[in-house]
Ligand binder design. Structure first.
Ligand code: ADP
Ligand code: ZN
Ligand code: ZN
Length: 741
């Protein structure tokens, strides 16, 4: 016989297992499940607040780490049938307060499983159940015994370390950088009781450099940002080199002075050692970096240091939008227009937008900075929702670059470069300058074509051309990563007349290094430069000597090239005619950002844009009237066409090996939407209809009202999980898609 607790009576039967020793808890699991799972937990284990704590629980035949989404509930008899929580990992909640409610908001907004959202917010080691890492900074000093013993120590490395420590406490960070191998000697001193490790304040002695005097526009901007200690969004709209970073630094310094934390988000490629060093020496506090290049342990340490409020300035890429900020004072999103803020798989959040949500919840100001603000942010500034702060001029001595459109119709091209570009490169080098050739296409050539029969190398899994690499020897699919040697002869007609068509960065490099053999020619793209620091090493090796850099958008920002006097942009024409509604905006931003690399210091810069469409309105407006004129025109077109920011979209993507189940699923899904406030387009083939062997289609939902779209998604997305058609496809929902791919 089992004991049943009657609701309301509260008096269990006697002499039987006490059910109130068992409670019930809802656990969010990092799986694509629409709702949390219930588990039973011992009342003792649930005695202190549970929501936001990690729990180890059974799932299927294995175990998994989930997060309690609520306090434990009184359990009735049915709880005994639930699977038990195996371990409570955290005594106090890891996720709580503002971060907890912001994450709950994010899950609702994206209509994404809460367990996956919570897991995305945690660094991998914590997600996997590791204990919180130690974050306290430590230093070393001599013990009293050590002071006494020092004069009698044998000469050698341990004695040298002892002499150093005799001068005072040295922190481990400093020892690591200045005295490699010190730990062995420290251990040997410790064994003899001569040295000891002590906790130190993390802010020991960071050398600083004084800030420049801000100009009037910078001063006004910095004052406006820090005028309030409550939520406000400022759009810091300043041309490249106008000193936006100096404004951030000024505002951060004031935030630190008020005893608050600052979070700075930067794009993937913007976070360079150069940039961190600039922050460190200016602010005089440790800068905690968070990016994908760090070891997992390091990421967990930074996250935890933020949680414990030890990290005062956190600088990171997209995922840094999830750091806890118990003492928040300021959030900055640099290059707010950058595409890398949007996550393209899993939980498809936008780090800038989430940062704004957090700033609001935290009640702190947020700054969105860019030379080429997104149309969303400009629209919000025009509507008065954001304060629009402008920096019109380059700081210091730098002048804006001269931009020229070069018509290459009917001109002879070598590796895609026309005679004007080649002679401009020649003169720039002769004058001792550096040249950047920008081509946003990696590899040797975009297509391998048979000149005799017209065959071209296609990826078997993607229905799209494979890119030629290795001077024609290899074929790589840039969509699915498939690789194969280039065929020696045409597989269709056996002709040997296989020709790489078009120009990627490798081919431009090949040509320029022959043509300008006496200067260094460096190619910088994802193929040549894997590591973040690798790029810096390349640039350091080049120094200020004349030379040529060939790059993809990796080079468009973040790196100061003081001696860069000429930028040549080739192969932009495909971007002028892309079907995606955001392609014009992206191209304009890229062109302005690339152009902004030229003439950063005291040397004037020139920019050449090569095109077959010199009269294209985008180029004309951009070159003669600038980015803001372009943006105004583009906003007008978006409004007329009903595209963001005037409409709000969600994209339901689905894929499967065969097209039929995809079509069935999307058709059935479409029938679930009856609201007239929502326009539904599709099912349509995705712009890339087949990738990695999967047929891909999509349904586009659009509405002028964000609220209407959200309320339709609420019920609709829940219903998708239970549709029988959904079992035969992989599907995902993207709220506010960056593009319609
Ligand atoms: P942005 O972030 O807008 O690209 P930076 O803040 O990096 O611009 O500034 C560009 C350059 O101008 C840097 O070398 C910076 O040190 C310098 N600079 C910025 N503001 C000033 C100022 N007020 N006085 C002198 N130099 C400045
Ligand atoms: Zn052929
Ligand atoms: Zn492929």
């Amino acid at each position: 016989m089992r004991c049943v607790v009657q609701a309301g009576t509260g008096s269990p039967c006697q002499n039987l297992p006490m059910p109130d020793a068992v409670r019930r808890v809802a656990v969010a699991l990092p799986r694509p499940l629409p709702t949390p799972f219930d588990y039973r937990i011992d009342a003792d284990a649930a005695a202190s607040p549970l929501r936001g704590c990690r729990l180890r629980v059974p799932l299927g035949s294995g175990e998994i780490i989930g997060i309690a989404v609520d306090e434990a509930q009184d359990a009735n008899d049915e709880a005994l049938a639930l699977k038990p929580v195996l371990e409570r990992i955290d005594e106090t909640p890891l996720l709580h307060g503002e971060l907890w409610s912001s994450l709950a908001w994010l899950a609702r907004y994206l209509h994404a499983p809460i367990g996956e959202v919570l897991a995305t917010a945690l660094p991998a080691t914590l997600r996997q159940g590791a204990p919180l890492p130690e974050t306290q900074a430590h230093g070393w000093r001599l013990s009293e015994a050590g002071q006494t013993a020092l004069p009698g120590l044998r000469a050698g490395a341990p004695r040298r370390l002892a002499e150093l420590l005799a001068q005072g406490v040295h922190d481990e960070d400093g020892l690591d950088t200045r005295h490699p191998g010190w730990r062995t000697h420290a251990r040997s001193l410790t064994r003899r009781g001569l040295a000891e490790r002590i906790a130190v304040d993390a802010a020991v002695a960071t050398p600083t450099v004084p800030p420049p005097m801000l100009n009037d526009e910078q001063r006004a901007a910095a004052d406006a940002i820090t005028a309030h200690e409550s939520f406000a969004v400022a759009l810091l709209d300043g041309v490249t080199g106008s000193g936006k970073t100096e404004v951030y630094l000024d505002a951060i310094a004031r935030t630190l002075a008020r005893g608050r934390q600052a979070l700075v988000l930067v794009p993937e490629i913007g976070l360079t050692p150069q940039m961190l060093e600039r922050f460190r020496t200016r602010l005089g506090v440790p800068i905690h970096a968070l990016h994908s290049g760090l070891a997992e342990g390091e990421r967990a340490r930074t996250w935890t240091a933020a949680l414990r409020a030890q990290a005062r300035v956190i600088v990171g890429t997209r995922s840094a939008a999830f750091v806890p900020l118990p003492d928040a004072g300021l959030i900055i999103v640099d290059e707010e227009h950058d595409g890398s803020y949007k996550q393209f798989d899993g939980i498809r959040y936008h780090a800038r937008d989430f940062a704004i949500v957090r700033a609001k919840a935290l009640g702190v100001p947020i700054v969105l900075g860019s030379a080429t603000p997104s149309l969303e942010s400009l629209h919000n500034a025009q509507a008065g929702r954001y304060t629009h702060l402008r920096l019109h001029h380059r700081a210091g001595a730098a002048r804006p670059p001269q931009v020229r459109v070069i018509d290459v119709r009917k001109r002879p091209l070598q590796a895609g470069l026309g005679p004007e570009a080649i002679s401009a490169i020649e003169s720039a080098l002769a004058a001792g300058g550096q040249v950047l050739v920008f081509r946003n296409r990696r590899g040797y050539a975009p297509v391998l074509l048979c000149h005799d029969c017209g065959w071209s190398a296609q990826c078997r899994r993607c229905d799209s051309p494979m890119t030629v690499h290795g001077a024609g020897r290899r074929l790589i699919c840039h969509h699915c990563g498939a690789q194969q040697p280039a065929p020696p002869a045409c597989p269709q007609c056996a002709s040997l007349a296989l020709q790489p068509q078009g120009n990627g960065t490798e081919r431009i490099e090949e040509f320029l290094s022959q043509r300008f053999a006496d200067v260094p020619v460096l190619r910088i793209d994802r193929g040549s430069t894997q590591a973040r620091d690798g790029l810096q090493k390349h640039l350091d090796a080049l120094g200020a000597q004349p030379g040529i850099l060939i790059g993809t958008q990796m080079l468009a920002k973040g790196h100061d090239l003081a001696n860069l006097t000429l930028v040549v942009v080739v192969g932009i024409d495909e971007g002028l005619f892309s079907a995606d509604f955001r392609s014009g905006e992206k191209l304009a931003q890229l062109l302005v950002q690339v152009a902004g690399r030229a003439g950063r210091a005291d040397k004037a810069g020139a920019v050449l844009l090569q095109t077959h469409h010199p009269d294209h309105p985008l180029l004309q407006t951009l070159v003669t009237q600038g980015y803001h004129a372009f943006a105004d025109g583009e906003l007008g077109e978006r409004e007329a066409a009903g595209f963001p920011p005037f409409a709000h979209m969600a994209l339901l993507r689905a894929e499967a090996k065969h097209a039929d189940p995809v079509m069935h699923f999307l058709r059935a899904a479409k029938q679930g939407i009856a609201d007239v406030a929502i326009e539904v387009h599709g099912p349509l083939a995705a712009p890339m209809p087949r990738r990695a062997g999967y047929q891909r289609m999509q349904l586009i939902l659009s509405s002028p009202s964000r609220a209407a779209l959200q309320s339709v998604l609420d019920a609709w997305v829940a219903s998708l999980y239970t549709m029988p058609e959904a079992r035969r496809v992989r599907w995902s929902l993207d709220v506010d898609p960056a593009d319609l791919y």
